[in-house]
Design a protein. Sequence first.
Lengths: 159, 159
Amino acid sequence: MAATSLAMADNVEPMPTPPQSDIEEGLVFTPKFDKDGLVTCVATDAATGDVLMVAHMNAQALAKTIETGEAWYFSRSRRALWKKGESSGHVQRVVEMRVDCDQDAVWIKVVQHGAGACHTGRRSCFYRAVKSGKPGEATLEFRDADKAFDPKAVYTQSD
Amino acid sequence: MAATSLAMADNVEPMPTPPQSDIEEGLVFTPKFDKDGLVTCVATDAATGDVLMVAHMNAQALAKTIETGEAWYFSRSRRALWKKGESSGHVQRVVEMRVDCDQDAVWIKVVQHGAGACHTGRRSCFYRAVKSGKPGEATLEFRDADKAFDPKAVYTQSD
């Protein structure tokens, strides 16, 4: 069975880029990390299909997510690996992980433990709709924005 | 009603960054473009909730999407604005657009016209699942990977 070592993505020596046809039609997982060493990850609620959050994974976060079945990310602001729910208990169990055609984004369907995924206390980070206004302008409107938990009572650090 | 000019994001003079509390809890749309001038966009099928694609929007693509109600993106590889479905006819009508807590990602729920969103001919770009293998290794498996259309017959360029 075709396989790739995720750990190798951290090596100084980069792996040769496979041909586009292999990336798109092959069964070898060759995540295409950007210049910061990251892929984009979309987490959706396995039950409702709602997008809970968009975050990033480096090779280590991706490997730990695959190995443990729980979501790990890489924080761009804190420059650190973090396990979702490490401080809050709001872990995400991964039901399925998919990769897109050019292998620079992954989609995980998760069971969100605890009340929510967003550090603001909402179920999802996407709690505001964008409405069109005058040309060149847009406004926001709260949608599904009720607080599911009190973030001050839950977080010791942002996760 | 609070509003912001999307066009301003292209100005040489950057807008001052609002306080984090305004970004997260306010109703002013202040998209946080990255150093390449982009926000991440997740497009899901409004009917099924499936993630169709992950792409990027610059200020112009975002403004055109809001104004026209159809999805426009910015191609990082071609360094060009593009309307989804411009050559294939597979346009995406936006049912709802949402922005996330820190305003660096948008989620659009779309009605996907035509057979599919992916340039490989599938309905979704996420047609392969990542399976765990030996520690540090992972393999792919096709899921919902049937070709919905023949890309060679549809595309004059990648969209």
